[in-house]
Design a protein around this ligand. Structure first.
Ligand SMILES: Cc1cc2nc3c(=O)[nH]c(=O)nc-3n(C[C@H](O)[C@H](O)[C@H](O)COP(=O)(O)OP(=O)(O)OC[C@H]3O[C@@H](n4cnc5c(N)ncnc54)[C@H](O)[C@@H]3O)c2cc1C
Length: 398
C-alpha cells in the first residue's frame, strides 16, 4: 500500500525547497508533505544574484536572504568597447547567495518540521498518474500518493522547446595567488564586440583574490558549457593576466528568455513551476526572487484555503515589453550593448532595479521606454506587416 500525503513536491532544488521551507515556517494547519529529490547530496552548484528586496532595504536591516548573502555590491559596471558606465545601487545592493548556503539553511528549517519528509536519492519516473482523488508517483525508492502535486522537475530542452533567446553561460569561481581584484565593483555586463550574437563577461569579485567569472551569450539557440569553454578561459585570462589562479568550482546554465511556456494543466490539485514552466523573467532569466515570491504565496494559500497556486504571470505590459525587447535583441544583436547602456545610463538606478526585479510602477515603464531609441522598437512592432524574412535558427557562431 503506497503511503499517502497531502502534498508531494517533485524536485528539491530552488523551487521545491523554497515551498517546503515556507510550509515548515507557516503557522496554522500543518500539511503532511513529502519532498522527492533525485540528488543524494547537495553541492555548491550555482550562485543566485538579485537586488536586495525593497522591504529589507527600507527597514535598513542587515542584508539577509535565507542563509545570508555571501557578498553584495553597491556599485555595478556596464561596459562595451565604446564606453563604460557605473550603476550605483547602495540602497538596493546586488546580492550574491551561494546555493550550498541556501540548500543547507532550507533543509535545516524543513527538518525541524515533523510533518515534512525529505527523500533524497529518489528519482521520480517521468510520468505521474492522476486518479479520481489522488496522485500516484513512482520513484526509485517506492510509490507514493498525495492529494496535491507540485512538479518542479525541469523539462529537458528539446527541439520543440521554443524561446525567443537563450541565455547560456559558463563560469569559474577562481582564487588568485595575489590580491588583484577590486571587490567593491562588479561587472554586470562587459560586452564583447560582435554582430551576430550578444556576448558579455559577468564578473563578480568577492574579495581581492576571489571572483566568479562567467562568459554569457544571448542567442536564438542554446549553447553548452563546451561551446563556451574557450571563451571563458580567455575571459579569465583577460581578468587575471599573469597571476596564478586555482579554479574552485564551475557552474553553467542555459536559461530561456521569452519561453513559449506550455499550457498549464487544468487541474486544481497540480502545479508545475520552475524555470522551464515560466518562473524566469523573460528579459533577464532571473528566477530566484520570483520563485521565493511564489513559494510564500503558494504555502499561505495551501495552509489557509487548501488551494495550490502556480507561478503568477507577469502583468500584460511587462510581458509585451519583455517580448518586444527580446525580439529587438534577436533581430539586431549588434545593438544590444548600446541598448543596455542606454537603459542603465538614462534611467535612475532605483527604477531600473524595480523594472528588472518585476516591481515596476506605472511611471517606471514610461521612463524605461523613453530611455531607449524608438526606431528599432517601432521596426520590430511593424515587422509582422513587412515581407516575411526566412527564420533561420542555426547555431550561433561565436
Ligand atoms: C548555474 C545557474 C546560475 C543561476 N543564477 C541565477 C541568478 O543569479 N539569479 C536568478 O534569479 N536565477 C538564476 N538562475 C536561474 C534559477 O534561479 C535557477 O535555475 C533555479 O535553481 C531554478 O529553480 P528550480 O527549482 O526551477 O530548478 P532546480 O533548482 O534546478 O531544481 C530542480 C530539482 O529537481 C530535481 N530533479 C530533476 N529531475 C528529477 C527527478 N526525476 N526526480 C527527482 N528530482 C528531480 C533536480 O535534482 C533539482 O534539485 C541560475 C541557474 C543556474 C543553473
Amino acid at each position: 500500500m503506497a503511503e499517502k500525503y497531502d502534498l508531494i513536491i517533485l524536485g528539491g532544488g530552488c523551487a521545491g525547497l523554497s515551498l517546503a521551507r515556507e510550509l515548515a515556517l507557516s503557522k496554522g494547519k500543518k500539511l503532511k508533505v513529502l519532498l522527492l529529490e533525485s540528488r543524494k547530496e547537495y553541492k555548491n552548484d550555482r550562485t543566485w544574484c538579485f537586488w536586495e528586496p525593497p522591504e529589507k532595504a527600507k527597514k535598513g536591516k542587515q542584508i539577509q536572504a535565507h542563509a545570508g548573502a555571501t557578498h553584495q555590491w553597491s556599485m555595478l559596471r556596464i561596459s562595451s568597447n565604446l564606453e563604460s558606465i557605473f550603476f550605483p545601487c547602495k540602497n538596493r545592493p546586488y546580492q550574491m547567495l551561494a546555493s550550498d548556503q541556501f540548500y543547507q539553511a532550507a533543509l535545516k528549517t524543513i527538518y525541524s518540521s515533523p510533518q515534512i519528509e525529505v527523500e533524497l536519492g529518489a528519482v521520480v519516473e517521468d510520468a505521474v498518474h492522476h486518479f479520481q482523488d489522488h496522485w500516484e508517483v513512482k520513484t526509485s525508492e517506492g510509490v507514493f500518493q498525495s492529494s496535491f502535486l507540485v512538479d518542479t522537475r525541469p523539462d529537458s530542452v528539446n527541439p520543440n522547446t521554443t524561446s525567443i533567446l537563450w541565455q547560456s553561460f559558463y563560469g569559474f569561481e577562481i582564487e588568485c595567488s595575489d590580491a588583484i581584484f577590486d571587490s567593491s565593483i562588479a561587472d554586470l555586463m562587459d560586452f564583447l564586440p560582435g554582430s551576430d550574437r550578444i556576448a558579455f563577461i559577468y564578473f563578480l569579485p568577492m574579495s581581492a583574490t576571489r571572483a566568479l567569472v562567467e562568459f554569457t551569450v544571448f542567442a536564438p539557440s542554446p549553447l553548452t558549457a563546451t561551446d563556451l569553454a574557450s571563451y571563458l578561459e580567455s575571459a579569465v585570462k583577460e581578468r587575471v593576466g599573469d597571476t596564478a589562479f586555482t579554479i574552485l568550482r564551475s557552474e553553467s546554465a542555459c536559461l530561456p528568455m521569452g519561453l513559449d511556456v506550455p499550457p498549464r494543466v487544468a487541474d486544481a490539485s497540480y502545479a508545475k513551476v520552475g524555470v522551464m514552466a515560466g518562473s524566469a523573467r523573460a528579459s533577464t532569466g532571473y528566477a530566484f526572487q520570483r520563485i521565493q515570491q511564489w513559494a510564500r504565496l503558494c504555502a499561505a494559500s495551501l495552509v489557509q484555503s487548501g488551494e495550490l497556486i502556480n507561478q503568477p504571470s507577469d502583468p500584460w505590459i511587462v510581458r509585451k515589453m519583455d517580448i518586444l525587447f527580446l525580439k529587438v535583441l534577436r533581430s539586431d544583436p549588434a545593438k544590444a550593448p548600446s541598448l543596455f547602456l542606454s537603459l542603465f545610463k538614462n534611467v535612475s538606478p532605483l527604477i531600473v532595479i524595480r523594472f528588472l526585479s518585476g516591481e515596476a510602477r506605472a511611471l517606471d515603464y514610461l521612463s524605461v521606454m523613453r530611455s531607449l531609441p524608438a526606431t528599432p522598437f517601432i521596426r520590430e512592432l511593424f515587422r509582422p506587416l513587412l515581407p516575411r524574412e526566412k527564420e533561420v535558427h542555426q547555431k550561433v557562431s561565436l
